[in-house]
Design a binder for this molecule. Structure first.
Ligand code: KIV
Ligand code: ZN
Length: 390
């Protein structure tokens, strides 16, 4: 059975760039946009054109160079925003306007001092106006995560009628539980008239560390687009990490869902974004962290050396990491030491290994990590006969 496609909507250059201190210039944005296109993302959200002349220019320049992906510009449900976005996108082969408004009671009351009926009216007007510029219109119901499902369904139905082709259901505050977010998507699939004419999109923030789980719950329940960023960058605790959702779908074939991403470019793309934005990922970050394929405890190392699958559920090469690392620390065992010693040229017999291991442990107790140079030092200072050569 052929797998259903989940569209990957990358918002590193818009939501991701909202990280304090992460501002990118146009040249850097172009480099990243070209790489995202090569990576195989379906949509690149290039910026929020009305927000500044710099962002306008970035969206305009990105529109000129992107070859395959749809290029998208964000707007509020405001005429001027929509006009400016349409102008910035005019060179794009496949332009999309992403417009929307807050739909939760809290947004309606405190942000807009408005009513539910007026919000629907503004949403419909924005979509209709955007439709006069481009065909592809995505509507976001900001704070959909905390919006009453019945009202959200009414908003969705109205904007589909007005011409929206994608419906973004953001968990703006990262509050939803996966079951709750999944149920929201299912409710919309089952209760919005005309939903078969539109794609539901997950846009989950990570305030409770649930962004990836919520996005996956969304696609299991019928959404077919995930909005995400490289390294999970974004406001506060960030957005859904692109590399995580893509690998979840790849490693779980029973979900029958697929993306167009060339996963072998994931690690180098993560590095490119780190270099340009100057925000590092934690070492234990899934998929792209420095320790994602590193093994340091003796029990794990022994299992890994016997068979990689004992402790790894994916092949590092599939995400562009050369190989798994067997890290030598005071918690490492003989198998790891013999493995690493062999890599630097020592074939140790069992008796030699016993002797080197004693030396290794006292060395490792005083150093966080034992490297290749240390292995030479340890072997030289071990009490061995001359048969051991590097
Ligand atoms: O988190 C959010 O609600 C957003 C919208 C502007 C799409 O980023
Ligand atoms: Zn967001």
């Amino acid at each position: 059975m052929s797998k259903d496609k989940v569209h990957i909507f990358d918002t590193t250059l818009r939501d991701g760039e909202q990280v304090p201190g992460c501002k990118l210039n146009t040249a850097q944005k172009i480099v990243i946009a070209k790489r995202l296109d090569e990576l195989g993302v379906d949509i690149i959200e290039a910026g929020f054109p009305v927000s500044s002349p710099g962002d306008f220019k970035s969206v305009e320049e990105i529109s000129k160079v992107v070859k395959n992906a749809t290029v998208c510009g964000l707007t509020r449900a405001v005429k001027k925003d929509i006009e400016v976005a349409a102008q910035a996108l005019k060179h794009a082969k496949k332009p999309r306007i992403h417009t929307g408004i807050g739909t939760s009671d809290s947004h309606i009351k405190y942000k807009f001092n408005s009513t539910r009926e007026q919000i629907i009216e503004r949403a419909v007007d924005a979509v209709k106006y955007a439709k006069t510029f481009v065909e592809d219109i995505e509507f976001y119901a900001e704070d959909a995560g905390r919006t009453d499902n019945e009202f959200l369904a009414r908003v969705c139905e109205a904007v589909i009628k007005a011409g929206a082709t994608v419906l973004n259901i953001p968990d703006t505050t990262g509050y939803c539980l996966p079951e709750e977010y999944g149920a929201k998507i299912k409710y919309l699939k089952e209760n919005v008239k005309g939903i078969d004419k539109a794609i539901l999109s997950c846009h989950c923030h990570n305030d409770l560390g649930l962004a990836t789980a919520n996005s996956i719950a969304g696609v299991i329940n019928g959404a077919r687009q995930i909005e995400c960023t490289i390294n999970g960058l974004g406001e506060r605790a960030g957005n859904t990490a692109l590399e995580e959702v893509v690998m979840v779908l790849k490693q779980h074939p029973t979900l029958n869902l697929d993306t167009n991403i060339n996963t072998q470019l994931l690690y180098s793309t993560s590095q490119l974004v780190i270099e340009n934005m100057g925000v590092y990922v934690q070492p234990n970050k899934a998929i792209v962290g420095a320790n994602a394929f590193a093994h340091s405890s003796g029990i794990h190392q022994d299992g890994m050396i016997k068979n990689r699958e004992t402790y790894e559920i994916m092949n590092p090469e599939d995400v562009g990491v050369n190989e798994s690392a067997i890290v030598l620390t005071a918690r490492s065992g003989r198998a790891a030491l013999a493995y690493r010693a062999k890599k630097v040229g020592y074939e140790l017999t069992k008796i030699q290994l016993d002797s080197v291991y004693v030396e290794f442990l006292s060395f490792a107790d005083n150093k966080k990590e034992v490297d290749d140079n240390d292995i030479h030092t340890i072997i030289k200072s071990s009490n061995l006969d001359n048969s051991i050569v590097a």
